[in-house]
Each structure stands twice: as structure tokens, then as C-alpha cells.
Write a protein that binds this ligand. Structure first.
Ligand code: AMP
Ligand code: MG
Length: 307
């Protein structure tokens, strides 16, 4: 998944459980990789509209992505890959796309055109999928299930910044998950105390390039415009029970922007959110406000608490 992962578990025999979790993550990587022609996604992306049989896990994740795409009015959309690729985010060969090219590629997007029937997935010709917005969250969720089945009741996993916790710390206190300050990425802005939850962040500081026009272009594409998101948000952190949903939603809420993200979180229970704007404002759901320690008192005093 093009990142570093760190898995830590406590208990009687954590090594065997961790080996199984690691195997699961490797298995998922081999199914979901967009750069591997033999992966399920690689095969789908060269399927030319022909129905393609995939693993249960691939069809499950595609189905979930479709549902959350619909729920977020298309803000997260695993069919934006042709744009992600041509903007250069796959290769690092960046270029600012012309509006003509953007319009052309937008014709090959839209999650509603993906059809999933049990293990068979069909995407129209010229469409390409990318599970980058969901794969790490899904992998964390599956790895947590494996650890629990193996009797582990205390673990924390960092999958390239997507945090998945199992239970609580061995001493019975909650896990403290650090959130990067998107305006100063070498620093932490706060820690959030959680038990048995996923904490997933999407932001414009993680992967971006500077255009010749001096503007910053980040790796998250607004499926409505085909252009990198530039809406005043610096990062969105979503906290919830399902790593998959948190991952899909962090991407979606980042695309939606401040107003719609706040509205979405107010209308959909089961998730908490920490939103940081480019002008340094912090918006946080009340449910986690008291469990969040900010590195500076001032930030806490100025935070806008919602729901
Ligand atoms: P995340 O870091 O979870 O927010 O996912 C971002 C990654 O998902 C990007 O690096 C792209 O590979 C892909 N992506 C970019 N924009 C979108 C989008 N609007 N919906 C779904 N996937 C996207
Ligand atoms: Mg995501």
C-alpha cells in the first residue's frame, strides 16, 4: 500500500497473532493494488467492460465504497483513478491537467456505473478503480478482527497514518492517538483517547505537489471538478468503529468541505470528527472533545465544538 505499517499487540502469544494479521494485510495488498496487473483491481482496470470475477473481500469493499459514495453525494468515488493517475499522483510525474483533458476523463467516472453481483464486478470500458481511499482502513479493520479471533484484547496498528486500535491499553486506560498538525506536519496538534476504534485522517499535507503557478495540488480529487481539492480544509480526522467507513468518510468529508462535512456528521451518528482548516481553525464533535488533549491550550479554547 505504498507506506509503512506498525502493528503492536499485547497478550500471551502476540507474535503468532501478529503474523496472521500481517499475512492478511499482504493478501489484501495483492488483491487491491492498482499498480499490480495481476491484482483484482489490476484485472478489473484492464477488463474492457467484461464482467470480472474477484475475491469476496474485493467485491465487499467495492460495494461498501459504492454505498458511501452515494451517501456522500459522490464525494468519495473509487472511479476517479484516471484523474488521480494523469495528475501524476501514482507516478510522481505531476502535471496540472487542462480543463479539456479533465472534462474528457470525467466521462469515465461515477461509482453508480460499477455493478457488483456477488463475486462478479463489471465496470464500463475506460473506467478504472482505485481503492486508495479505503484500503488501509479496510486492512486495519480486518487485521483487528484477526487479532481478536486469536484472543488479543489489546493492540494498536498504524497503517500509514490510519490508526486501528483493539480494546484498550494493557493497563486498562484508553489508547492515545496522535493527530498530525496539518499546518506543521512534523508536529502533533492533539491526542485523542479511544478504545476499540479506528482513527483515520485525510489531508492535503500528505501527498501533494507545487505547480509552476505556485499553487499546492493535493492527492485528493474532487469528483465533481476532476481537480485536486482546494476548499480551505487542511485535514479531516474521522473516528468510529469501522476502519473501512472511517477511511471512506475521511476522504469524502475532506472533499465536501467544512460546511457539508459538519452537516453530514450532524446527520449521521456513529462517527466523530476533527476538522482543521487552512486558516488554523479546529472543529470537533462534542463526544470526543473531552477525550482530546491539545498540545496548546489556546487551540482547545478556540475550538468550535459541534453536535
Ligand atoms: P485518503 O488518503 O484515504 O483520503 O485517500 C486518498 C487516495 O484515494 C488518493 O491518493 C487517491 O489514490 C484516491 N482518491 C483521490 N481522490 C479520491 C476521491 N474523491 N474518492 C476516492 N478516492 C480518491
Ligand atoms: Mg480515506
Amino acid at each position: 500500500m505504498d507506506t509503512y505499517m506498525k502493528l503492536t499487540a499485547y497478550g500471551d502469544n502476540p507474535e503468532a497473532a501478529l503474523d496472521m494479521a500481517e499475512e492478511k494485510i499482504t493478501e489484501l495488498e495483492e488483491l487491491f493494488s492498482v499498480t499490480l496487473s495481476t491484482s483484482d483491481i489490476g484485472r478489473l482496470n484492464s477488463s474492457m467492460g467484461v464482467p470480472t470475477e474477484v475475491d469476496d473481500q474485493t467485491s465487499a469493499l467495492i460495494s461498501r465504497s459504492k454505498i458511501l459514495s452515494e451517501k456522500t453525494d459522490g464525494a468519495v468515488d473509487i472511479t476517479v483513478y484516471p484523474l488521480v493517475r494523469e495528475w501524476g499522483f501514482t507516478t510522481g510525474n505531476y502535471s496540472v491537467l487542462s480543463s479539456e483533458r479533465t472534462e474528457e476523463l470525467l466521462k469515465f467516472t461515477g461509482s453508480s456505473y460499477i455493478s457488483v453481483s456477488e463475486n462478479t464486478v463489471t465496470i464500463p470500458e475506460n473506467f478504472q478503480l482505485d481503492l486508495g481511499s479505503a484500503a488501509k482502513g479496510y486492512a486495519g479493520e480486518k487485521a483487528a478482527e484477526i487479532l481478536k479471533e486469536a484472543g488479543i484484547s489489546s493492540a494498536i496498528m498504524n497503517l500509514g497514518g490510519n490508526i486501528q486500535t483493539v480494546g484498550e491499553k494493557p493497563d486498562g486506560s484508553p489508547w492515545k492517538v496522535a493527530v498530525t498538525d496539518p499546518l506543521s506536519p512534523s508536529e502533533v496538534i492533539c491526542t485523542i483517547s479511544v478504545r476499540d476504534k479506528a482513527v483515520v485522517t485525510s489531508g492535503n499535507y500528505q501527498r501533494f505537489f507545487m505547480g509552476e503557478d505556485g499553487r499546492k495540488y493535493c492527492h485528493i480529487i474532487d469528483p465533481k471538478t476532476g481537480r485536486p481539492v482546494d476548499n480551505g480544509l487542511a485535514s479531516v480526522t474521522v473516528i468510529g468503529s469501522s476502519g473501512t467507513d472511517c477511511d471512506l468518510l475521511s476522504t469524502a468529508l475532506f472533499v465536501m468541505g467544512e460546511e457539508s462535512a459538519v452537516e453530514f456528521i450532524k446527520e449521521n451518528s456513529g462517527f466523530d470528527m476533527l476538522l482543521i482548516t487552512e486558516d488554523g481553525r479546529v472543529i470537533i464533535t462534542g463526544n470526543i472533545f473531552n477525550d482530546t488533549e491539545f498540545t496548546e491550550k489556546e487551540i482547545k479554547n478556540n475550538a468550535e465544538v459541534i453536535v
